[in-house]
Ligand binder design. Sequence first.
Ligand code: GLA
Length: 379
Amino acid sequence: MKAQLVEKFRAAYGRVPEICAYAPGRIEFIGNHTDYNGGTVLGAALDRGVWVALAGRADARRQWISDQRPGRVMSDAKEGSKRSGLESWVNYPLGVLAALPEFGVASPAGFDFLAMSNLPSGAGLSSSAAIELSSALAFLEMAGSRPSRETVVKIGRHAENHFVGVPCGILDQGVSGFGQKNKLVWIDCRGPVFATVPLPAAVHFWIFNTHTKHALVDGLYAARHRECITAARALGVGLLVETSSTALAAAQANLAPESARRARHVVEEIARVALARTALEAGDLAAVGQLLTASHRSSQLLFENSTEELDFLVDALVASQEVFGARLTGGGFGGAVMALTSAAFGEAEAHVVAAAYRKKFGATPEILHAQTGDGAALI
Ligand code: GLA
């Protein structure tokens, strides 16, 4: 891929890049909307992501090219305001540049930038975290700074929270930063503390991307974030991770029904993450699968961030003997479902599910037999 990246850069700018970096997309394995509630989460880095190539300029001009978008965006080191429409992809690296001074690093001035991706965007596989982390690594290198992996992750999240404007937790950037092939990344989001958990060799990931996206998806994500904070306040805690099922049951009468549902989802989901980790370590794939599907049901009924399309896919998948479990992956309100399967689940089985989906919704989901991969790095 590096050769392709360098070639694209050369074709666009007539010279070779000075710095190249890569960061993967991720699968949210389990732990839905637990991260910004201070909980735990398990995710896997994919073997797909975003590559960034960069070369400095003598002047303060900045040129931006993405192989996913037409044309070239021009800006200037003195002018870093948010972009909209077709140019809005630039907000991720611009957000990183805006974050750097907060981490004690001066942003580089002029440069030529090129991003190349093989991640489906809008699938809930964190193409945004992948471009944030690959850009962060490249800009940091240009600024002569090589901070810890954890700092790079925090710079990516800072860009998303403060510039892009999504109040996300640390899951996406944490998994993109700490991912390892054949491992899951476990994050205790309060620390944050990062660890890896080996993935049993017998399992496979299949992703079904519906290409549906709720028109208000960013607003709905922010609304869920607010609802969780409101529920925590009503329960007398700072973050939902600090409450328990018992405390929740005792306070039920004083909580608005919606707050109670959101809080119950988060508290039970955090418990499922712990159970999933134990079951993975014991190699109990049936138990892992049940927890994945239970997570989806909780998103569907309590957190209400699923959709008819996602529910249909989960129902169709779990009807198959070869599927251990299935759930929506990522923020929800559209996007993709991931299934954890045995090796016996193959293209033929995936196409049966896709055909049933097409019959019902008149559209074909994109199918990805996903492989895990390593985390962000300079290349
Ligand atoms: C998105 C956010 C993450 C996380 C998930 C839901 O992917 O970016 O921080 O909250 O949704 O678990």
